[in-house]
Design a protein around this ligand. Structure first.
Ligand SMILES: Nc1nc2c(c(=O)[nH]1)N[C@H]1C(S)=C(S)[C@@H](COP(=O)(O)O)O[C@H]1N2
Ligand SMILES: [Mo]
Length: 433
């Protein structure tokens, strides 16, 4: 018999079959739905409709239909949603790879197209497989390699998610009934000990009839000797996921737990110890912030609003009413810190300084001293400005901010993605964004 990949006999693993594919499929159905939802939430959390600064996807049109003002409560909201998004995404990699492996014979099936409906289904599979690989690769590259797509990661990952999810919805509608039936039969077969129905290739294979009569089965017609049992294969995939989970999840915690996050990116700088000893994303040096421009003599905060412009030195800021708030930093890359005690001037008090009545503070554009690179400015929404815990922080955990954490002053807002917490703030413009 000729053995080319287009011949079903070329694929000899006894593991392939509807049950393995269905199990992985159901896990991915749940997992990818969570990834999609937390991803959309992450996008909303960026205030992408605060033009023009935050909006990296001005052509999103209808896809922005669900955008809503990201709340400031609970303060750990983004820590949770983005921690889940990134940690789960990484943990699902083995499941995804196993799923693709389990159906790879289908890629080569002949004839490539049997009917118009089949052509459409194959096209949706192209978008499905291409889309899922694209989303996982861009996601992992973004967290590991520190934004290899400067500025364009957000639109790529966002539009890619919609293309992928549309194909995913079609795929689930077509396949979920079969997958559920396969799993039911398998369980029934196991529970009453009766042999599952269908051909028994490579052991206890519970086989539902193919979706259509012409659909080739995933079960090898000429299976090789098994090198791992079914149960073993599930443990291998599940164990791989658990290993990734165990070496990633620590990046959401401080102290020794963070060191268990072997797979987490180690960019930035070692956080060190003491009050400022928590994770740093970009150091002052990396962002070109010099001691000269942040000195007491040189640095002034420029605040602008309807009643004009105010310039304040750090000493003058420290004369204003100071407030404290315990808030985490949670980065889009999936790491977060536990609560730190920040102390500084309320954003709404700064708004009041330049003419906004209490309770009516508007959006604000925050710009840093940084001249190049990403995140040198960000826009905050009125609900964020008005929250009494939103601060222009001068101190953290009872000590002056370190240069790497944004000395002389940085933004900290409850529940906001790290990227909105601008460091080395130089200028704040209230209203008229
Ligand atoms: N000016 C400026 N502010 C910035 C950044 C930056 O690169 N430049 N990085 C942002 C990002 S992505 C995060 S996650 C937080 C990290 O704050 P930390 O380094 O103090 O932990 O700072 C934010 N503020
Ligand atoms: Mo970040």
């Amino acid at each position: 018999m000729e053995r080319s990949p287009t011949s079903p006999a070329f694929w000899r693993s006894p593991l392939r079959g509807p049950w393995f594919t269905s199990l992985l499929g159901v896990v991915l159905l749940a997992g990818i739905t969570v990834l999609f939802v937390t991803g959309l939430l992450s996008y909303a959390a960026y205030n992408p409709d605060l033009s023009p600064v935050n909006d990296k996807t001005p052509d999103k049109g209808l896809l922005g239909f669900y955008l809503f003002p990201w709340p400031t409560d609970p303060p750990w909201l983004y820590r949770l949603t983005q921690g889940v998004h990134v940690t789960l995404g990484i943990a699902l990699v083995p499941v995804l790879l196993a799923k693709l492996w389990s159906v790879v014979p289908r890629l080569f099936q002949l004839p490539p197209v049997r009917s118009v409906a089949h052509a459409l289904e194959r096209l949706s599979l192209l978008l499905l497989v291409g889309g899922v690989l694209f989303e996982f690769v861009t996601g992992v590259l973004n967290i590991q390699l520190d934004y290899v797509f400067p500025g364009s990661f957000y639109p790529l990952h966002f539009y890619g998610a919609w293309v992928f999810f549309a194909a995913f919805a079609v795929h689930v509608a077509l396949r979920a009934p079969t997958a559920v039936r396969n799993l039911r039969r398998m369980r029934a077969g196991e529970e009453d000990g009766a042999p599952p129905p269908g051909p028994r290739a490579g052991g206890r294979e519970g086989v539902a009839p193919p979706v259509s009569a012409e659909e080739p089965s995933l079960v090898s017609p000429d299976p090789a000797e098994p090198t791992v049992s079914r149960r073993g294969a599930v443990w291998l995939v599940g164990g791989g996921s658990l290993l990734l989970l165990g070496t990633t999840v620590g990046q959401n915690f401080d102290g020794p737990l963070r060191r268990t996050a072997l797979l987490a990116p180690h960019g930035g700088a070692e956080p060190g110890s003491g009050p400022n000893g928590f994770q740093i994303n970009k150091t002052a040096a990396a962002r070109g912030i010099s001691a000269a421009e942040t000195s007491e003599e040189a640095w002034r905060l420029v605040v602008t609003g309807p009643s004009g412009t105010v310039r304040l030195s750090r000493a003058e800021l420290a004369e204003l009413p100071l407030h404290s708030a315990a808030l985490p930093i949670a980065c889009v890359e999936g790491w977060s810190t536990s609560d730190q005690w920040w102390r500084g001037v309320r954003l709404r008090d700064l708004a009041a300084l330049v003419g906004h009545e209490p309770g009516t503070a508007p959006d604000v554009l925050v710009e840093s001293l940084q001249r190049h690179g990403a995140f040198r400015r960000a826009a905050l929404r009125a609900n964020q400005v008005r929250d009494p815990r939103s601060l222009l922080a001068l101190d953290v955990n009872g000590e002056r901010l370190s240069p790497d954490h944004g000395y002389p002053a940085r933004i900290i807002v409850p529940a906001a993605p790290g990227v909105l917490n601008t460091k080395w703030v130089a200028r704040m413009t209230f209203g008229d964004l």
